[in-house]
Write a protein that binds this ligand. Structure first.
Ligand code: HEM
Ligand SMILES: [Cu+2]
Length: 585
């Protein structure tokens, strides 16, 4: 380009920037928003103009209301969950038979990659954001998030992120990325799939989104609490969201930087992670410095949900509330000090390795403290086995198995045997499916009356619980056993030396795992049907769907719900209190 061309471009850019500056000065109030979802002011008068929301699709595209954004996150996460779930059903069907019969190995690898990335980044983090967006402002007595518009922007970064991540499957003629969710170098540099570049860009977007959300939650919990909410009586769920946000703030920007470095290596000839001139191990350090905190980013808020919901149906307050909070904070800090337990077999210095083993053992202590607190809360309590409570109990029991298998893996000699076998897959699925997803369902069922004003059908809900409980334990117990048998992870086909391993045993265990996966899928269909059907036709709930009004356990969000019902225009219908009605024992 000649000089005049460059000058012209510079002037154009200057005009553009001035334009942006002018626009910014015209924004009257960064934090103004439309506070009302469906009529009725609750909380303090803000002095902001009250407008009614547009209806239909425009409402959902333009909303900055934290409850609406929570619902958007939830819908998005459920779509991602279905995608990730379908991917895994194909994989499990393939694995029911030792030889490749259904799909090609390359496609299997693509599904594996998409499943992991989708579940962790497009389902896990967003489903938690669904709860936190909806409930944190209600629980702390705030009108909305500190920055409602940034909240909306953070959500809207996600759909393009998902499209980029799924591009390998969506764009005809493009092969899906085959790096697995850990994107280990040098494989992820050498693999030329364009889908991998798009996936890295999509991941970057989801990271930006999560970071924006985290800053918003920190600001909200610090500055927007109601007058009567202080640090001592901040609810346990908000505590876990605050800690989680802190973790996101340190972990996700690091992932973002590593992703950019990987993109540069792939496209611009840099050598951060190459074998010659760089270091593949550097990728593992950066990835796991993000990756281990990420598992606690995913598990802390579900622990918060259980700590919040389980006491309601145990008839008493959470035992040792303060210690549950301290444990949350301790896990938050410690989680940054254990990443190299994912790298025991990479040949790092044994002295470094031993200290990582020690910290990994130490991090189990605060988790155990919490587990004992949940059990003690239930001990001698007046337990009501409602569906949310069943899911809480399922959470605790699966979490114990997931946690204990983790402690085993944290022991170097054991890890050297079990690393990269199905044992690891079993371990982390006990946590992510058995615990995190169960806590998510506990929350969804517990708050369903608030989302919809209706009650779900309890028989179907219980069927869902049992299908999931049996399904997860079949699938992931089989995986732990597969690991002991020496079945490596990430393979589409398998065969073994008959003198060492009996192939029939391996095949049978894979088939059990596949059967369990289909039970889970069936349970999921029951759940979706129940939620959709009850939303349309379920009975209306009253002000106190869980019968907690007369106890000290009636939460702020149900106070808000009661207020909403009272200020809503009466339709003259009879008020009937419907509950799940788990039997008291
Ligand atoms: C609390 C929730 C936990 C979650 C969500 C979780 C999640 C995970 C995940 C996702 C992996 C697999 C990473 C991969 O793809 O290679 C993993 C591996 C591992 N986990 Fe956990 N984990 C949890 C608790 C623990 C605990 C308490 C310990 C130890 C005290 C632990 C120790 C390990 C070890 C050592 C590995 C590496 C195994 C290997 O690859 O050889 N985990 N965990
Ligand atoms: Cu870890």
């Amino acid at each position: 380009m000649d000089l005049s061309g460059q000058l012209a471009l510079t002037v154009l850019m200057g005009v553009f920037l001035v334009g942006v500056a002018v626009l910014l000065t015209r924004v009257e109030d960064w934090r103004s928003y439309t506070p009302l979802a469906s009529g009725g002011v609750y909380g303090d008068e803000t002095g902001h103009a009250v407008q009614h929301k547009p209806s239909g699709i425009t409402r959902w595209l333009t909303t900055v209301d934290h409850k609406d954004i929570g619902m958007l996150y939830g819908a998005y996460a459920i779509i991602a969950f279905v995608w990730g779930g379908l991917a895994v059903l194909i994989m499990r069907t393939e694995l029911a038979d030792p030889a490749a019969t259904l799909i090609e190995a390359g496609f299997y690898n693509g599904l594996l990659t998409s499943h992991g990335i989708t579940m962790l980044f497009l389902f896990g983090t967003p489903i938690i954001a669904a709860f936190s967006n909806y409930f944190v402002p209600l629980l702390i007595g705030a009108d909305d998030m500190a920055f409602p518009r940034i909240n909306a922007i953070a959500f809207w970064l996600l759909p393009p992120g998902a499209l980029l991540i799924w591009a390998g499957f969506l764009i005809p003629g493009m092969a899906p990325s085959q790096t697995s969710w850990t994107m280990y170098t040098p494989l992820s540099i050498e693999q030329t799939h364009a889908a991998t570049d798009l996936m890295l860009l999509g991941l970057h977007l989801t990271g930006v989104s999560a970071t924006m959300g985290a800053i918003n939650f920190i600001a909200t919990i610090f500055t927007e609490r109601g007058d009567d909410v202080n640090w001592a009586n901040l609810d346990i769920f908000s505590w876990t969201i605050l800690t989680q946000s802190g973790l996101i703030l340190f972990a996700f920007p690091l992932l973002g930087s590593a992703l950019i470095m990987l993109l540069l290596d792939r496209n611009f000839g840099t050598t951060f992670f190459t074998v010659d001139g760089g270091s593949p191990i550097l990728w593992q350090h950066l990835f796991w410095f993000f990756g281990h905190p990420e598992v606690y980013i995913l598990v802390l808020p579900p622990m918060g949900i259980v700590s919040y919901v389980l006491p309601k149906f145990s008839g008493r307050k959470l035992f040792g509330f303060k210690f549950v909070v301290y444990s949350t904070l301790a896990i938050g800090v410690l989680s940054f000090g254990v990443w190299a337990h994912h790298m025991f077999s990479t040949g790092i210095d044994p002295r470094v390795r031993a200290s990582f083993m020690a910290v990994s053992m130490a991090i189990a202590i605060p988790s155990a403290v919490k587990t004992f607190n949940w059990i003690t809360t239930m001990w001698n309590g007046k337990i009501r086995l409602t569906t949310p409570m069943l899911f809480c109990i399922g959470f605790v029991s699966n979490f114990i198995i997931g946690g204990v298998t983790g402690v085993f893996l944290a022991a170097i000699p054991i890890d050297l045997v079990l690393h990269d076998t199905y044992y690891v897959v079993g371990h982390f699925h006990y946590i992510v499916m058995g615990a995190i997803a169960f806590a998510g369902f506990a929350g969804l069922y517990y708050w369903y009356p608030i989302f919809t004003g209706k009650m779900y059908q309890r028989t179907l809900a219980k069927a869902h619980f049992w299908l999931w409980m049996v399904g997860t334990n079949l699938t992931f117990l089989a995986m732990l056993l597969l690991g002991y048998e020496g079945m490596p992870r990430r393979y589409a086909t398998y065969t073994f030396d008959a003198g060492i391993v009996n192939l029939d045993v391996i095949t049978a265990l894979h088939q059990v795992a596949t059967l369990g996966a289909f039970l889970i899928a069936f349970g999921t269909i029951v759940w979706v049907f129940n939620f959709v059907q009850s939303w349309y036709e379920g009975p209306d709930v009253g002000e106190d769907p869980w019968g907690l009004e007369d106890s000290t356990l009636y939460g702020r969000e149900f106070e808000w719900h009661r207020n909403r019902l009272r200020t809503a225009v009466a339709d003259g219908g009879e008020e009937d209190v419907v509950t799940d009605g788990g039997n008291e024992e």
